[in-house]
Design a protein around this ligand. Structure first.
Ligand code: PBG
Length: 325
């Protein structure tokens, strides 16, 4: 007898039957950016087909995404006025209300909880007077208040991406106190201090800016060289009451995805971040790779490594790309 491993690869039907990883739009989450004060939607360099939306174009975009089989979204609200503290969450809350009023339970709406689009300096929290440190507990209080505002506006899920200590417990407690025990909590529990967030920071107007000692997010996001920190932080967030955990970015952290999804028994999301997404888009623009195949291959890697869901800027293209490839 000769071993023949090629028999199961012979036809598309056989390859489909034997596939271990099956991708579907049901497993993908589409990020949305709603920007206060825009008169026209704007393109985002590197993120083809994703826009900084106006209040009106946001609803049109969700409608067209639903037609393409996408039901899950991650909303980023970008307010027009920035502050150092005492933030106003109304703009984002109003977008949530508008989406839920129009689409109801057809849409699973997660909302990013962070302050980097709200602060004048672009950091994810409230700074001390010398502007060299993010004050943890004061920031957590503001984050919990914003999560409450989003949940009361109708968000199905709140997703803190700030990386402060104790925010999951604080958010879970404030939700429970306000009888919002059905609201899911998705923690960016393994979020690394990555160089791949560039295009996003343009989209969300959230890069650290201005003259200050604290130049980057290294004092709150996880060091790429410390997988144990990612494990410890994820266990903590599970214990504090998260429903879903996340690894972010995706491709440079496949080992972390594999390891954490094996060890920690919660549903896992992977965020294919703006820089990884844009890398594929830019290579494709130069005819160096096939865009659709490269995106599908990246998503396959996330599921193969153990993710249950993937947050990707390309969710709205998935059905089309899957049909063609
Ligand atoms: C905000 C936040 C960031 C992303 C999601 N939420 C950027 C950052 O931490 O600077 C990145 C997403 C992406 O790059 O696609 N805290």
């Amino acid at each position: 007898m000769k071993l023949n491993y090629r028999r199961t690869r012979l036809t598309p039907a056989l390859r489909n039957l034997t596939k271990e990883v099956v991708i579907s739009p049901d497993k993908l989450i589409q990020p949305l950016f709603a920007v206060e004060g825009l008169s026209k939607k704007e393109i985002i360099p590197g993120l083809t087909g994703v826009y900084r939306e106006t209040e009106t174009s946001l609803l049109q975009q969700v409608e067209s995404d639903l037609e393409k089989g996408v039901h899950s979204f991650l909303l980023f609200g970008v307010p027009g006025h920035k502050h150092e503290c005492n933030f106003n969450y109304d703009f984002t809350a109003n977008q949530i209300t508008a989406i839920k009023k129009r689409f109801g339970s057809d849409v699973f709406l997660s909302v990013d909880v962070c302050l980097c689009s709200y602060t004048s300096h672009g950091h994810c929290g409230i700074l001390n007077d010398s502007m060299d440190h993010v004050i943890n507990d004061q920031t957590v209080e503001a984050l919990a208040n914003s999560a409450l505002a989003y949940a009361q506006a109708g968000a199905d899920c709140v997703a803190p991406s700030d990386m402060m200590d104790g925010r999951i417990r604080a958010i879970r407690e404030i939700l429970e106190k306000n009888n919002l025990d059905q609201t899911l909590l998705m923690s960016y529990s393994a979020k690394f201090h990555s160089g791949f967030y560039g295009p996003f920071r343009v989209a969300a107007d959230s890069a650290p800016k201005g003259e200050m000692k604290l130049k980057d997010r290294a004092t709150y996001q996880i060091d790429p060289a410390n997988p144990t920190d990612a494990y410890r932080s994820s266990v903590r967030d599970m214990e504090e009451g998260a429903d879903i955990l996340m690894v972010k970015p995706g491709l440079p952290y496949l080992d972390v995805i594999k390891d954490l999804t094996t060890k920690i028994p919660l549903p896992w999301a992977v965020y294919e971040v703006s820089g990884e997404y844009a890398a594929i888009e830019l290579m494709a623009e130069h005819n160096l790779i096939n865009r659709e195949r490269a995106h599908l291959e990246s998503w396959t890697a996330f599921f193969r490594a153990g993710a249950e869901m993937v947050i990707t800027y390309g969710a709205r293209n998935a059905r089309e790309w899957l049909q063609r490839n």
